[in-house]
Design a protein around this ligand. Structure first.
Ligand code: NAD
Length: 314
């Protein structure tokens, strides 16, 4: 099969591409290698795929570029992962997030519709649950209020996906990822930042009292969920949580990293951060039932694997 993976040079994208290539598929990557974090890491991610992936370097905010790639590629499916990720920078520069995550997503959907692409997978986020208080979060929950422009753009992206399924019969699957980690994790995310700081003997910023909880998902489990979505034949438009179904407090997370590194953290206590969610917890029963999703790496097993990767490359 022929796949277009947007954001394929990024953390999750490069793992998805690796899986698709291993399975013998043809993969084209769209990425603009922007400097949200060091673009050299993205180039290295892509290089690690060998000569298998065909790169179309460019920006999904450019409608003509997207149209050219999609109309000329003969793709069976599009896996749309390119986005401005990260909650806090979206508070500083919401327009960039709106342009990339909403307008960019629309460019992909419109081009996919014109080209008659069979399947569109959209990377959404646990952040769409915002102020939801019913724990764990299930896909059927009404979504009362998001807490950041990033979250709002992901919810808008889901809505646009739903429109294309409803209006044009496009098959679309939205996957709500819950904080993803593992080898290659984005350097702006907590596990990576904490590991680096503890290892370098620097203090780590600790926002709030340590009681905030997250459902952390290991990258191989996410890839398995994406692979499941490629075979889903249920309703034309559907949404699935991909989490680990276990929550970890910030304090517990730091302990796990300390233990994997064999070092002790110096903690700098700071107030809660604007836009952050106090808790994320995924109900994954729907993905288990309909996608065959079966996450296998709890945080206790995943953190040592991340730390091993981190130490292997410094
Ligand atoms: P990432 O930043 O490593 O990957 C995103 C890739 O998209 C990058 O390589 C980037 O250069 C590319 N990109 C960004 N803007 C672009 C543009 N305008 N044109 C072309 N390419 C562009 O992030 P990630 O952690 O791999 O996240 C992948 C997807 O999953 C994103 O949609 C993100 O919102 C979503 N997600 C991630 C997490 C997580 O914990 N990592 C959680 C929920 C949702």
């Amino acid at each position: 099969m022929k796949f277009l993976v947007t954001g394929g040079a990024g953390f999750i994208g490069s793992h998805v591409c690796k899986h698709l290539l291993t399975e013998g598929n043809a993969v084209t990557v769209i990425d603009d290698f922007n400097d949200f974090y060091d673009p050299a890491l993205k180039r290295a991610n892509l290089a690690s795929l060998g000569s298998g992936a065909n790169l179309r370097e460019g920006d999904i905010r450019d409608a003509a570029f997207v149209e050219d790639v999609v109309s000329s590629g003969g793709f069976d499916s599009i896996i749309h992962l390119a986005a401005r990720a990260g909650v806090r920078p979206s508070v500083t520069d919401p327009q960039l997030y709106i342009d990339t995550n909403i307008t960019g997503t629309h460019h992909l959907l419109a081009a996919a519709h014109r080209a008659g692409i069979g399947r569109f997978i959209f990377a959404s986020s646990s952040s769409v649950y915002g102020l939801s208080t019913v724990i764990p979060f299930s896909e059927t929950l009404p979504l009362p209020q998001t807490l950041s422009p990033y979250a709002a753009t992901k919810l808008a992206g889901e809505q646009l996906c739903g429109n294309y399924a409803h209006l044009y019969g496009m098959r679309v699957v939205c996957l709500r990822f819950f904080t993803v980690y593992g080898p290659g994790q984005r350097p702006d995310l907590a596990i990576h930042k904490f590991t680096k700081s503890i290892h370098e003997g620097k203090s780590i910023p600790h926002f709030g009292d340590g009681s905030t909880r997250r459902d952390y998902t290991y990258i191989e489990d996410i890839v398995q969920g994406v692979a499941g979505a490629l075979h889903y034949e249920g309703p034309l438009f559907d949404i699935f949580n991909l989490g680990e179904n276990q929550t970890t407090t910030l304090t517990e997370l730091i302990r796990e990293i300390e233990s994997a590194l064999g070092m002790t953290a110096t903690i700098e206590r700071l107030p809660e951060q604007q836009g952050d969610m106090p808790l994320t917890a995924a109900d994954i029963s729907k993905a288990r039932r309909l996608l065959g999703y079966n996450p296998k790496t709890p945080i206790r097993a995943g953190i040592p694997k991340f730390v091993e990767w981190y130490l292997s490359r410094i």
